[in-house]
Design a binder for this molecule. Structure first.
Ligand SMILES: Cc1cc2nc3c(=O)[nH]c(=O)nc-3n(C[C@H](O)[C@H](O)[C@H](O)COP(=O)(O)OP(=O)(O)OC[C@H]3O[C@@H](n4cnc5c(N)ncnc54)[C@H](O)[C@@H]3O)c2cc1C
Length: 414
């Protein structure tokens, strides 16, 4: 069995630790923070096999340009000559075509369905109460144009064998009679689920500690030494950590960690916001996605969590209140009875989605260092795909056959 060191204690790092420990490896996780507030906490908690379309689509390019000029829009790229953004943008444009979308659907669906099954299994283990609810997700739309796009997507979902149904407003009301609606319809992705990410992270940390996994907090990896095609040690300032196998699971910081190794990991941080409202949740039992507004609403911890926006920029701690207002103002347009107030800045959470340009995660061995595995780039689906990623990382490290093919996720793909 191997001694494994994981850089990054978000959901991807901790899921990897979970399956590695279970397979008998000796695991250490290093994190620059205290593992209580990464992107893996404040997200919308959705488990989404329905998301088999990568961010890079032909429609997203034209829509993204229009959104750039609206300060309340859900998507924004800060124009800059930052080389990372330029390379990312070029790759995004190269991949925003129907062929790539088509080719990505099957591997993404396989990864998602495996992950959902693993979360379902995990929720039955003692100590893992993270409020997993398998009632699906409703994708609501208000306009004919979005309705057509969603119907097309629903047809693709059907071809992929996903459990879903296109609903009229009356059928939506039957599902949630107390939710006042102003929509043209919805697609009920019954294949989806939701959970409380905060509870999941807390349960994983408790479990891993109990199993003797070494969780080392407040240690930023600042240097990585290599020799003879291998990683030889990792340093946090003057402190040294060694292992047989190393995993980079640093979320949006992975490119900076890659730089310490001379390895290029092409991704951009996609900042998003969320806030919780302790309101009556009887009206909403099934999470909602608002198609045109790109807002997510999830019943969670006795209230509702609202989330949205994707700002591609350098990592920074600015809160753009206009975009938060954009989220708030979109809600009553779909649900006239739900009128969340604009939250105070202190109550707004933000996180950085580690977004690859082609919309597929990076999972697998690096070609330059034979004891290095990369596990990042999951973008909008990091929670959803983390369990399967953790299992695949374990299988790669153990040298066993992977549960699904991982060629499409190769970190060194073009
Ligand atoms: C508003 C919003 C809503 C979202 N909703 C959903 C959803 O509904 N479903 C879904 O599937 N996904 C969702 N996501 C995306 C999801 O949250 C992320 O993809 C996921 O959390 C990424 O996990 P990660 O482990 O890769 O990264 P992170 O959670 O960011 O963890 C990376 C860790 O690496 C550590 N680290 C970084 N650099 C170093 C270093 N040098 N040394 C040591 N440690 C380091 C960091 O401290 C951090 O703890 C959402 C995201 C946002 C912002």
């Amino acid at each position: 069995m191997a001694k494994v060191l994981i850089i990054g204690g978000g959901i991807v790092g901790l899921s990897s630790a979970y399956y590695l420990q279970k397979a008998g490896h000796a695991v250490t996780v290093l994190d620059r923070g205290d593992m209580t507030d990464s992107c893996s906490y404040g997200n919308a908690g959705m488990i989404v096999p329905s998301h088999f379309i990568p961010l890079a689509t032909p429609g997203m390019v034209s829509q993204g340009i229009k959104w750039m000029f609206n300060s309340k829009s859900p998507f924004y790229v800060r124009p800059s000559l930052n080389p990372q953004l330029v390379s990312w943008g070029l790759k995004f444009l190269q991949k925003a075509n129907a062929g790539h979308v088509e080719r990505s659907a099957i591997p993404l669906t396989e990864l998602s369905l495996l992950s959902k099954k693993l979360y379902s299994d995990l929720s039955k283990e003692p100590g893992f109460d993270f409020d997993l609810v398998e009632k699906g997700i409703l994708m609501f739309y208000k306009t004919e144009k979005a309705g057509e796009e969603e119907a097309h997507m629903a047809e693709k979902a059907r071809e992929l064998g996903l459990d879903m149904a296109v609903l009229t407003p009356a059928e939506c009301v039957k599902l949630q009679p107390n939710l006042e609606l102003d929509v043209l319809g919805a697609v009920h992705y019954r294949c989806d689920a939701h959970l409380s990410p905060n509870k999941l992270m807390t349960a994983l940390i408790k479990h891993l500690k109990g199993k003797g996994v070494n969780l080392v907090t407040n240690k930023e990896v600042t240097k990585i030494d290599t020799a003879g095609g291998k990683v030889t040690r990792v340093l946090s300032h003057n402190e040294e950590f060694t292992a047989d196998q190393y995993i980079v699971a640093g979320g949006s910081w992975s490119p900076a960690i890659g730089k310490l190794l001379g390895v290029k990991i092409l991704l951009m941080p996609g900042k998003g916001y969320s806030f919780n409202v302790k309101e009556e949740v009887a009206s909403m039992q099934i999470p909602a996605l608002l198609a045109e507004a790109r807002v997510a609403i999830t019943p969670m911890n006795g209230g509702l969590r609202y989330g949205g926006t994707m700002e591609l920029d350098k990592i920074n701690s600015r809160i753009n209140m206009n975009r938060v207002k954009g989220i708030v103002e979109s809600v009553p347009k779909y649900f006239p009875g739900l009128k969340p107030a604009v939250p105070a800045e202190k109550d707004i959470w933000f996180g950085f989605r580690p977004s690859s340009a082609d919309g597929l995660p990076y999972i697998g061995r690096n070609k330059n260092f034979n004891n290095l595995v990369i596990a990042t780039g999951h973008g909008m689906m990091g929670l959803s795909l983390a369990a399967a990623t953790g299992l695949l990382v374990q299988e790669v490290i153990s040298g066993t056959k992977t549960s699904i093919g991982i060629a499409d996720f190769a970190p060194d793909r073009g």
